[in-house]
Write a protein that binds this ligand. Structure first.
Ligand SMILES: Nc1ncnc2c1ncn2[C@@H]1O[C@H](COP(=O)(O)OP(=O)(O)OP(=O)(O)O)[C@@H](O)[C@H]1O
Ligand SMILES: [Mg+2]
Length: 474
């Protein structure tokens, strides 16, 4: 009966409805019992009146209890789903209506706060992702709570699920992180080596965040990969060491001969002539080397210099061939120029393009087998082949291929020909003069023009250096 009544009224088991009805009816029960004991009311009348009061209480308490219960269910549904769109229940009791309105306004306030926070978090994460260096967030226990895109690319996508001391094994770095997490320091900076698969020298900056709460980021680690900068520094110091070495060699030859001329060969006219000839050669070599070094350093400094000459390549090649005619004649070489199609003028730097052609044709004459033919072929091509580390221009270009006959250059040598001071052993042994900077200079000029320089060598076809230069600079 009681169960049926509850179902009928829609009041659930957890409700204190029946307790409230009983408590409210208790004073009447006491009153009716007293009146019955005093003989003022018959037990039956007392009982009937008591039942009437209970029913009355039930009906007056039912609406508020029912609406409070409806309201409770509504609040739970709001709490469980922030974006709950359930309509607010229809309530008739004034108190319940006001309570519902208050709950709704609190809910709307939190929704707007959450939206703002979410938007803020998304935009903060997007900003962090644009930063080029890895950034990691740490909680108070040393767990990585997040990382930006650069960190995920550098350390792996699952970086956020790891402990900092599991990811980095370098003691000095972990000690610095601990110092921050234990509040012993606000900021730490250090350079350390990441061994294993990373193999990087890293500059780390660890900062304590200005707030501290459990489960939140309390420190930020920024990492800067300084390996590249260090290798550039090493390249520069290697270059200085190489240049000094290259200059010291002829200098010591010259000073050795000066000593000899001042002492043992003082009165030997034949020896003097021979020594002076060698000294002249060494001095020429030194000035060529200094000229090339200066040229290279000028080119490296002028990579942004605007290109505005209209260069007639056929004219440049003709000039170079004329200037090297005697050199070619001395080695019985026939230099042939082939213009496969009409070549338009190109936008570039006249002097620099002259330098490339000069270097390539000079090499062809120096390294060709005697009594052979050198060909210089010019043609327009639809595009420049791309090369590693090169920023080549789009669109039509002109190619100049310089071919000479000679032994095939092996792959290992081919890859190194444009390195500063690199010369093949066979040519050093043959005492062919050169600084090993000509192709480095040519490569630098090609880069300035957003072109490309390729080399191909076969046993029968000889060696071909091809330079690609864009017709227009974009
Ligand atoms: N056409 C070629 N055929 C064969 N080997 C070549 C050719 N061009 C260059 N090389 C090799 O590449 C090396 C580097 O050439 P590069 O022009 O840079 O220097 P170089 O000719 O030795 O000196 P420089 O050009 O400064 O007088 C040469 O020493 C030579 O060993
Ligand atoms: Mg050369």
């Amino acid at each position: 009966m009681k169960h049926n009544l509850k179902l009928l009224m829609g009041i659930d088991r957890n409700s204190q409805f029946s307790t409230r009805v009983i408590i409210l009816s208790l004073p009447s029960a006491l009153l009716f019992s007293a009146l019955t004991l005093l003989g003022l009311l018959s037990p039956l009348t007392s009982f009937v009146c008591y039942i009437i009061i209970i029913v009355f209480n039930m009906f007056s308490l039912f609406p508020i209890s029912y609406e409070l219960q409806t309201l409770r269910k509504y609040i739970y549904s709001l709490a469980n789903e922030m974006d709950n769109n359930d309509a607010m229940p229809q309530l008739s009791e004034k108190d319940a209506q006001e309570l519902a309105a208050a709950v709704n306004s609190v809910h709307r306030f939190w929704i707007s706060k959450t939206d703002t926070l979410e938007a803020q978090t998304v935009s903060d994460a997007a900003i962090l992702d644009t930063l080029p260096d890895p950034i990691l967030m740490l909680d108070g226990e040393g767990n990585i709570t997040g990382g930006n895109l650069a960190a995920r690319q550098f350390l792996g996508t699952d970086v956020a699920n790891q402990r900092i001391d599991a990811l980095f094994s370098t003691n000095i770095f972990i000690a610095a992180v601990e110092k921050i997490l234990k509040g012993k320091s606000e900021t730490e900076s250090l350079v350390f080596y990441m061994s294993g698969k990373y193999n990087r020298r890293v500059y780390a900056h660890i900062n304590k965040l200005p707030w501290f709460s459990k489960g939140r980021a309390v420190a930020v680690v920024s990492l800067y990969d300084i390996s590249k900068a260090l290798s550039v520094e090493k390249m520069q110091s290697d270059f200085v060491a190489n240049a000094s070495h290259e200059l010291r060699t002829p200098l010591s030859v010259i000073s050795g001969f000066i000593d000899t001329l001042q002492t043992s060969a003082k009165d030997d006219a034949d020896a003097r002539d021979m020594f002076l000839k060698i000294m002249r050669e060494q001095a020429d070599y030194m000035s060529a080397l200094i000229e090339d070094l200066l040229s290279l350093s000028r080119l490296e400094m002028a990579q942004d210099k605007p290109l505005k000459d209209k260069v007639d390549l056929a004219e440049v090649i003709d000039d170079v061939v004329q200037s090297l005619k005697i050199k070619a004649f001395n080695r019985s070489l026939n230099v042939k120029m082939i213009e496969e199609n009409r070549i338009p003028k190109i936008v570039g730097d006249n002097h620099e393009i002259h330098q490339i052609v000069q270097n390539l044709v000079d090499n062809a004459i120096k390294y060709a087998v005697e009594n052979s033919e050198i060909s210089i072929t010019m043609k327009t091509v639809p595009s420049i082949p791309s090369g590693s580390g090169l920023n080549v221009a789009d669109g039509k270009a002109v190619s100049i291929a310089v071919n000479n006959k000679g032994p095939k250059i092996e792959k290992a040598d081919l890859a190194r020909l444009t390195e500063k001071f690199y010369r093949m052993q066979i040519h050093k042994d043959m005492k062919i003069k050169g600084t090993g900077l000509g192709l480095t200079i040519a490569k630098q000029i090609v880069m300035h023009h957003h072109g490309n320089l390729t080399v191909n060598s076969t046993t029968h076809g000889g060696t071909t250096f091809t330079v690609y230069l864009p017709i227009k600079q974009n």
